[in-house]
Design a protein around this ligand. Structure first.
Ligand code: UDP
Length: 363
């Protein structure tokens, strides 16, 4: 049986990490990289530093294309490759443009689709990733939910595919790699002491593409009188330059701006942070898994378990952010509670085995 994984972005690679070896044990596993992320620190660094599988097909995208051009070009190139491979299942990951392009293409080709991280909802339809989640879940035949709340979202929506609560593959990845952080020397390199800095990530379009919002976030960090370490996503770097905020950061003594770092270095920064401030879906979960208090830059929760079980707080204006940076000390009562047992990958592979072949196959 052939199972194709289609990945293209940093969070996709992390989700593939625990799953790939389990898939390889049971299936002919083929990996397609869409090329959505292309900066060295957003893609290659992970293939060099982690035991990720070799990429079998790498799509060619022009980095200057618009998002719509990239989505359509991914679809055109995938059509050819998937028609040749004729896989028994196409696995798509998370909620990025590559996930959307891959599931629409597979769906048009009538190939069965499995969605890793199905059912996650912010309940705000206009948010770009939310639209992707809803479309991809509706295209999918096997829906692998990371939490019980994701499963109940799908039940409420009466989604037609088969839905399973398996736990979060990001918890698998976190548990497998958190014990390796002694290999990272990033704290020494940056002259940081454990629990004496805030770790920051910001990259959601709602924050980066809104000048006032991005300036407010930077002001909050500059005004807060503690060290913040900020591995900066290329999209954010571009917008900081465009809005002339880059200079403000460079001048500040509190704010250490970095290029994105590899996964082990990031986990080392995360596990040793005093607090975390993030708009990342993955980083907020990792903070919760690590029992580090997390301030989530959202108005409504994407991962309700994190606020419900005491690991995180939502903050979306300067006053709330500064207040949370100063006072929020909540930690999860049990690390990772609600996200499964750290064996999501095994469960997913077992379910795939039990369900293949699925009927709507082209060959
Ligand atoms: N990450 C990393 N280096 C960094 C920042 C993040 O390796 O400099 C990892 C992080 O550990 C997590 C994933 O990237 O596993 C999250 O990706 P991102 O925040 O880009 O996407 P999201 O989770 O919001 O979809």
């Amino acid at each position: 049986m052939k199972v194709v994984s289609i990945v293209g972005t940093r969070p996709n690679f992390i989700k593939l990490l625990p799953l790939a070896p389990k898939l390889e044990e049971k299936f002919d596993h083929i990996v397609i990289h869409t090329g959505q992320h292309y900066d060295y620190e957003m893609t290659q660094i992970f293939f060099e530093s982690l035991p990720l599988p070799e990429v079998d097909y790498h799509l060619n995208l022009d980095k200057n294309w618009s998002e719509i051009q990239k989505i359509s070009e991914i679809m055109i190139q995938l059509e050819k490759i998937l028609s040749q491979i004729k896989p028994n299942l196409v696995l798509v990951y998370g909620d990025v443009n590559s996930t959307l392009a891959a599931s629409l293409t597979a769906s048009k080709l009538q190939l069965p689709i499995g969605h890793i991280e199905a059912g996650v909802r912010l309940h705000e339809k206009l948010q770009p990733e939310e639209l992707i989640r809803i479309i991809v879940d509706n295209c999918s035949d096997l829906l692998f939910c990371p939490t019980e709340s994701a499963l109940s979202n799908l039940k409420e929506e009466k989604i037609s595919g088969k839905c399973f609560f398996v736990g979060d593959v990001m918890l698998d990845a976190f548990l497998n790699n958190a014990r390796l952080i002694h290999k990272s020397s990033i704290l020494n390199q940056l002259n940081l002491k454990a629990k004496e800095y805030i770790l920051v990530t910001i990259h959601r379009a709602e924050n980066t593409d809104n000048e006032l919002k991005l300036e407010m976030l930077i002001d909050a960090l500059v005004d807060f009188n503690e060290i913040s370490v900020f591995p900066c996503h290329p999209r954010t770097e571009k917008m900081l330059k465009q809005y002339n905020l880059f200079k403000k950061i460079k001048k500040s003594k509190n704010l250490i701006l970095l290029r994105p770092v590899n996964y082990l270095n990031f986990l080392s920064l995360l596990l040793n942070a005093k607090k975390i401030l993030t708009d990342s879906g993955g980083v907020q979960r990792e903070a919760y898994f690590a029992k580090v208090p997390v301030i989530i830059l959202y108005a409504t929760p994407l991962w309700p378990e994190i606020t419900k079980y005491g690991g995180g707080i939502l903050a979306n204006n300067k006053k709330m952010i500064l207040d949370a940076l100063q006072n929020f000390k909540g930690v999860a009562k049990r690390a990772g509670y609600g996200f499964g047992d750290g064996h999501a990958a095994e469960k997913i592979v077992q379910i795939i085995e039990e369900n293949l072949p699925l009927k709507n196959l082209i060959n």
